[in-house]
Design a protein. Structure first.
Length: 254
C-alpha cells in the first residue's frame, strides 16, 4: 500500500517518470504519509549539487534549478494564486477571494509573491551552500521533508473549499494519520546528525516549514474558508523558504 502510494505521490508531486496509474493515485490520496516520503526523494536529489565542489553561487543556482526540474511549477502557481487572493483589499468576503484564487490570470499580488519567494529562497540557498557539503545536504533534506510534512498537516486537518486536489487528498484523511507522518520525519533528523550538523539545524529546518504550513492553513481558513490545491502548494513553497533560512541560522548560531 505504502509503496503504491509513494509511486502515486511521486507521479503527482514531481516530474519523475514513475509511471503512476489510477491505483497508485488512489493509494496516494488515502495515505498522507506518502507526501512526507516524497520529501526524502526531492530533498536528496535537490541537495546533490551542494555536495559538488563548486563555487557557492553556482551550487546555490543548481540547487534551485534542480528543485524546479524535479517539481515543476505547480506549487509556485499555487503561491501565485494565493498571493493574488491575499492582495485583495477592502472588506471583501471569502467568496470574492475564492473568485480571485480561481482566476487563471496572475496579478500583481501573485507576481510579487513568486518574485519574493524566488529571491528569498535563492539567498537562503547561498547560505546553505556556504556551509560544509555534508551539513548543507542534511539541512536541505530536512527542509524538503518538513515542507512536504506541512502539506500533510493541512491535508489531515483542513477542510477543502471546493472539488479538486484539496478535497481529493483531505476527503479520507484524519488527524490520526499525522502519527505516521511524524514518525516518517525522524530519519531526516538522524541522517542530518550523522552527517555532522548535529540535531539543531535539521530540527529547525524540518519544524519551521510545518509551522509555516499551519500558519498558511490558519489564514486560509479565515480568508478562504478552508484549503485547496493552491493553499497546499503555497504552504510547500513558503515552508521551504522558512526551512532553508531557519536551518542555516540555527546551525550557524548553535
Amino acid at each position: 500500500m505504502v509503496v503504491s502510494a509513494l509511486r502515486g505521490a511521486l507521479g503527482f508531486l514531481t516530474r519523475l517518470p514513475v509511471g503512476g496509474d489510477e491505483a497508485a493515485w488512489e493509494a496516494f490520496r488515502r495515505t498522507p504519509v506518502a507526501i512526507t516520503l516524497v520529501g526524502y526523494v526531492v530533498g536528496a536529489v535537490a541537495a546533490l549539487p551542494l555536495l559538488v565542489p563548486l563555487p557557492v553561487p553556482s551550487a546555490a543556482a543548481l540547487y534551485l534549478i534542480t528543485i524546479v526540474l524535479l517539481t515543476g511549477v505547480t506549487h509556485a502557481d499555487g503561491l501565485a494564486d494565493l498571493g493574488d487572493a491575499a492582495a485583495v483589499h477592502g472588506g471583501v468576503d471569502t467568496a470574492r477571494r475564492r473568485e480571485v484564487l480561481k482566476d487563471s490570470q496572475t496579478g500583481v499580488g501573485g507576481a510579487l509573491a513568486v518574485a519574493l519567494a524566488l529571491v528569498t529562497l535563492g539567498l537562503g540557498a547561498l547560505g546553505m551552500a556556504g556551509t560544509r557539503p555534508q551539513i548543507a545536504f542534511g539541512v536541505a533534506l530536512a527542509v524538503e521533508v518538513g515542507a512536504k510534512s506541512g502539506m500533510a498537516l493541512l491535508v489531515c486537518t483542513g477542510d477543502a473549499i471546493h472539488e479538486g486536489l484539496g478535497s481529493a487528498l483531505s476527503e479520507h484523511a484524519t488527524p490520526t494519520a499525522l502519527l505516521p507522518v511524524a514518525i516518517a520525519t525522524l530519519p531526516a533528523l538522524v541522517l542530518g546528525n550523522a552527517m555532522g550538523s548535529g540535531y539543531a539545524g535539521p530540527v529547525a529546518a524540518l519544524l519551521s516549514p510545518i509551522a509555516v504550513a499551519w500558519l498558511v492553513g490558519q489564514w486560509a481558513a479565515g480568508a478562504l474558508g478552508g484549503i485547496s490545491g493552491d493553499v497546499l502548494g503555497a504552504a510547500n513553497e513558503l515552508g521551504r523558504i522558512a526551512g532553508v533560512h531557519a536551518g542555516v541560522i540555527v546551525w550557524t548560531l548553535w
